[in-house]
Design a protein around this ligand. Structure first.
Ligand SMILES: [Zn+2]
Length: 372
């Protein structure tokens, strides 16, 4: 049995204050000069950096040493529930097979270019248009997601990159504090082949070498994301590759996406860079949170009740609910025992009211003291 409890803290007030604080930090906490230095000479697809020494990216790309970097480790017990975070709404994500998309090995990842007809429409007043999606992964023996949850790293991670339509293009938006929105989803090994991911994976052997590309038929891009688009974490961060611009509003979904073991294996073993090196472990380690807050669209304490176990989907679990249930259970038990003891004792006293023993004890003691 689990006890359900609600926190006695005025959460909505807390959320408003903390969200406002987070936004203020987002607007002022980064170094614009450093970011713009390299934006023209080096694009996201260049190969003058590698995952071998991510801690040294800051030497050439100043923003990479900033205080609002991504990815991060999400500590679920420190997230703040924000009821304003509405379900993510997508439009135009289902593409016909007649629409051909460019799939490219850029030496750092596999990138699927997306038409601008794909958009995030729900929630905020800002609209975001899709640009591309790509993946991060590990090796045959190690996990490779970028974000981690309570220290757990998942097998791989999908990023769908969008730019804010208040800017004319992705290039114009990429270094602006509110320029980009990235949807992140964790991939895990499950029992079945995922047909949506297969639309990408079945082409990887054609683009094994760096800079190779192929045109692939369109499909329902939304199928790459979890079923539940209403359970997610939100924070302000950055591109996870140089030039590390601190321009990303991150949405990291709580529900994971399942791929078969063979599919994950194809993902981590197919691509190469630098003429024959295996393209693996293309994830950046977690960055410092500094003064940022991570918001959650749901209350992690109650997440188990809200999870819908659908085919091919699972979710991460949380311990806050269990701890609270145990604490309140113990408190309840102590209170109940004390009450029972009180009742028992009270009845015993009533039963002894006429007994001379009690008054005799008190009288004897006092007498002894005074006459000694
Ligand atoms: Zn990425």
């Amino acid at each position: 049995m689990r006890l359900r409890v609600s926190l006695p803290v005025p959460i909505p007030v807390l959320v408003l204050i903390l969200a406002a604080t987070g936004r203020a930090a987002a607007g002022h906490g980064h170094d614009d000069d450093g970011e713009s230095l390299h934006s023209e000479e080096r694009g996201p697809g260049d190969s003058h950096w590698s995952y071998e020494e991510p801690e040294r990216w800051g030497e050439h790309y100043l923003a990479c040493s900033g205080t609002m970097q991504s990815p991060i480790n999400i500590e679920t017990e420190k997230t703040i529930f924000s009821p304003q975070l509405r379900p993510i709404q997508l439009s135009g994500y289902s593409l016909p097979a007649s629409k051909k998309l460019k799939l490219k090995n850029n030496g750092h990842t596999v990138v699927l270019e997306l038409p601008e007809s794909l958009a995030i429409t729900g929630g905020s007043a800002q609209q975001y248009r899709a640009v591309q999606l790509h993946l991060h992964w590990g090796s045959p023996t190690t996990a490779g997601s970028e974000h981690t949850v309570n220290g757990k790293r998942f097998a791989a991670e999908l990023h769908v990159v969008h730019y804010n339509t208040k800017y004319d293009s992705f290039k114009a938006a990429v270094a602006q504090p509110d320029g980009l929105a990235v949807l992140g989803a964790f991939l895990e090994v499950g029992p079945r082949e995922n047909p949506f991911y297969q639309e990408i994976l079945k082409h990887l052997r054609k683009i094994q070498g760096e800079d190779e590309e192929v045109l692939v038929p369109g499909f329902n891009i939304a199928g790459l994301l979890p079923d539940s688009l209403h359970l997610y974490f939100r924070y302000n961060g950055s591109l996870t590759t140089p030039p590390c611009f601190q321009s990303v509003t991150w949405t990291v979904f709580n529900q994971t996406v399942m791929l078969s073991h063979d599919q994950i294996s194809v993902l981590v073993t197919s691509l190469q860079y630098d003429y024959g090196k295996p393209l693996q472990n293309n994830f950046r380690p977690p960055q410092g949170l500094h003064k940022r807050w991570v918001l959650a669209s749901f209350e992690p304490t109650f997440s188990r009740e809200r999870q819908v176990p659908t085919a091919g989907q699972t979710s991460s679990s949380f311990h806050a609910g269990d701890v609270l249930a145990v604490v309140f259970g113990v408190l309840f038990a102590i209170t109940a025992l004390a009450f029972v003891f009180y009742v028992y004792k009270h009845r015993s006293q009533n039963a002894r009211l006429d007994s001379p023993t009690k008054s005799k004890v008190i009288y004897t003691a006092a007498t002894t003291e005074n006459t000694a």
